[in-house]
Each structure stands twice: as structure tokens, then as C-alpha cells.
Design a binder for this molecule. Structure first.
Ligand SMILES: Cc1ncc(COP(=O)(O)O)c(C=O)c1O
Length: 348
């Protein structure tokens, strides 16, 4: 059987889609791995490829067990529900994904209270803020149960000493801990440490297969066996128990075998783009360590004109006065050349 050559964004007339790394498409080799996957009914625990992926991720992150989910959103939600009872409180960053971009699932389905903390410039939370947010045992207060961190956050690889200090504050207060590590492998690559080091100290960790790793779907929650088993039941309740989903797990295993190395290229391309954009008089560019570039227009009224100019050049962005540009597997060096040229050609 033959498979189409790797589809890039060019196949639909676009040179580079910089909105997110979620737009990456499975390449021919990944599709071949998916087609060849041995599968079974995973709700009966009979899909060997899913079992292999779960074991692989648990081992890679230094955790006892793992369970595959369709999405990182569902993995994070199942983690919240596994750690907390109704009415309990979660401490997290005010614009962390679990707080702001997951439709309030923890509150709607788990009856959880979120206490937002401000996010440091390095993407982490302050240990002092964590300690101060833990409520005393008083019937006026919700019981503080869980700290959720995120790494990477907005493309910042949160330094391990920042992360470790917040974790220690949570541990001292008797809280459980969860990491939204949807881009944990980007963080590990940028920080130059093994993935298990980023996951160290957390009870549970979500990783996503469908962002920079290039899988079509899938996330994995890892942690101690009892919590993972609770999360497996929550997955069933949330409608996420899938049957012959070994095809998704095969994509994940393929990504872990073949696509991790590409994350360094994504970071290098982001650095190159940052350097090129810094030369533009009309833009300000933030620092960053990973695959995301943040650009702010000095005059916000030019936002629509810039997005239109880029669209004419075949470059898709989320328009705005502050723009997030995400590098990923489907933006190669030639596409990046075109991106740089398009930005340089904009005359506000
Ligand atoms: C940091 C972070 N966590 C979780 C998610 C949720 O992933 P999904 O939308 O695939 O469920 C995203 C999605 O972009 C994310 O950026």
C-alpha cells in the first residue's frame, strides 16, 4: 500500500500556518505506522498498542502508570476530577490553559473552585503566592486541594528552580500537584534535560501527542497507579473510552521514536524568526525559549493590515495587535524564509 507524501500546509495553498503547532498533520511514515498498528478493544483493556504507549510514557516520565486520552483537555479534566472532590479548590495560573481555555470543565463537571495566581515573566508561579493562597481550615473557605502548573507556558520553558519552588510550597501545604505538560517535550528540549526531570515532583502529568509531535489526536496522563485508575473511570464517564484506538497510540509511539528531534529545529527556527522580527522598526518581540514567537505592533491599528498582508503571502496567523507565531514540523526552512520575507515586506 502506498501513502501520499507528507502533507504540508502548502497542499491547501498556504505556505505556513503559524497559528499553532496543533495544525501539524501526520506524515506518511506516521500514517504507515497507524495503518500497521495491532489493535483491540481498549475499553476491555485489549489494545496492545495503547498499552505499549501508556507503558512507554509512564517509563519516559518516571511515573508508575499512564492512561491515554483523546485530548489534553480531557486528560487535564480527568486529572482535576481524580485529585479533587466537589467544592475543593485548585490553585493555578490566571492564563494557564486549564483555567482559561478548557471551557470551565473543572467547575462545571467537578464543582471545583479555581483560585488564579499571577504568572511570572518566566511562565511559572511564585512559591510565595502558592503558599499564601492555601486556605486555612475554616468553614468559610473551600478546601485547597491541588496545584496545577504548565510547562511550557506560552512558549516559555519554565525554569526548573521556579517550578521546583512552587512544587515544594504545594507539598509543604499538603496539596496534590498536576502538570499540564502538553508541551513537556518542548520544555525538556529547551531546558536541555530529560523529560522525566520536567515531570519530577508532580503527582500527575498530561502530555499531548497532537501538537509539536505531529500526531492527529491523543494525550497521555501519567502518575501513581491509584490515581491513573481513578482517571480511567473518569475517562469512561467523560465519554473518552475509545475502542480500537491503537491507531492513535501508534501515531504517538511513532512520534516519540521519530519526532522528538524536530523540536530542537522548531526552537531554532523560532529563534531565527525572533532575530529577524527584532530588526523591524514597527514591532516589538518578546524573549522566548521554545517554539513560540510573540510579536506586538507598536501601533495596534495596523493589526488587520498586517494579517491581510501575510495572508496575501500565503501565511496564516491569528490576527491581533499582539500576535503569537508558532513554529512546528510543517514549517520548514524554505517556508520560514517566506515568512521572514513577508514580514520584512510589510510597510505600515
Ligand atoms: C498548554 C495547553 N494545555 C492543554 C491544551 C489542550 O489541548 P487540546 O485542545 O488538544 O485538548 C492546549 C491546547 O492548545 C494547550 O496549549
Amino acid at each position: 500500500m502506498t501513502y501520499p507524501i507528507r502533507q504540508t500546509a502548502r497542499t491547501n495553498g498556504t505556505i505556513a500556518d503559524l497559528r499553532s503547532d496543533t495544525v501539524t498533520r501526520p506524515d506518511a511514515a506516521m500514517r504507515a505506522a497507524m495503518a500497521a498498528a495491532e489493535v483491540g478493544d481498549d475499553v476491555y483493556g485489549e489494545d496492545p498498542t495503547i498499552a505499549a504507549l501508556e507503558e512507554r510514557v509512564a517509563g519516559t516520565l518516571g511515573k508508575a502508570a499512564a492512561v491515554m486520552f483523546p485530548t489534553a483537555t480531557q486528560s487535564n479534566l480527568a486529572a482535576l476530577l481524580s485529585h479533587c472532590a466537589r467544592g475543593e479548590e485548585v490553585l493555578t495560573g490566571h492564563d494557564y490553559h486549564v483555567r482559561k481555555y478548557e471551557a470551565g470543565g473543572g467547575s462545571v463537571l467537578g464543582g471545583l473552585v479555581f483560585h488564579d495566581l499571577s504568572v511570572r515573566p518566566d511562565g511559572g508561579l511564585s512559591a510565595t503566592d502558592v503558599a499564601a493562597a492555601v486556605k486555612e481550615d475554616d468553614s468559610h473557605f473551600a478546601v485547597t486541594r491541588l496545584l496545577v502548573l504548565e510547562n511550557t507556558h506560552n512558549g516559555r520553558a519554565v525554569p526548573l528552580d521556579t517550578q521546583g519552588a512552587a512544587l515544594a510550597a504545594a507539598r509543604d501545604a499538603g496539596l496534590s500537584t498536576h502538570l499540564d505538560g502538553s508541551r513537556l517535550f518542548n520544555a525538556a528540549e529547551a531546558l536541555g534535560v530529560p523529560p522525566a526531570r520536567v515531570a519530577e515532583g508532580f503527582d500527575t502529568v498530561t502530555i499531548c501527542l497532537s501538537k509539536g509531535l505531529g500526531g492527529p489526536a491523543g494525550a497521555v496522563l501519567s502518575g501513581p497507579a491509584d490515581l491513573v485508575s481513578k482517571a480511567r473511570r473518569w475517562r469512561k464517564m467523560l465519554g473518552g473510552g475509545m475502542r480500537q484506538a491503537g491507531v492513535i497510540a501508534a501515531a504517538g509511539l511513532h512520534a516519540l521514536d521519530h519526532n522528538l528531534a524536530g523540536l530542537a529545529s522548531d526552537r531554532a527556527r523560532a529563534e531565527r524568526l525572533r532575530a529577524a522580527l527584532r530588526a523591524l522598526p514597527w514591532a516589538e518581540v518578546e524573549d522566548g525559549e521554545s517554539n513560540m514567537v510573540w510579536l506586538a505592533l507598536r501601533d495596534p491599528s495596523h493589526a488587520d493590515a498586517l494579517a491581510a498582508h501575510l495572508a496575501d503571502a500565503g501565511i496564516t496567523v491569528s490576527p491581533g495587535a499582539k500576535m503569537r507565531l508558532v513554529l512546528h514540523r510543517d514549517v520548514d526552512d524554505a517556508a520560514l524564509d517566506a515568512v521572514v520575507a513577508a514580514f520584512e515586506g510589510f510597510a505600515p
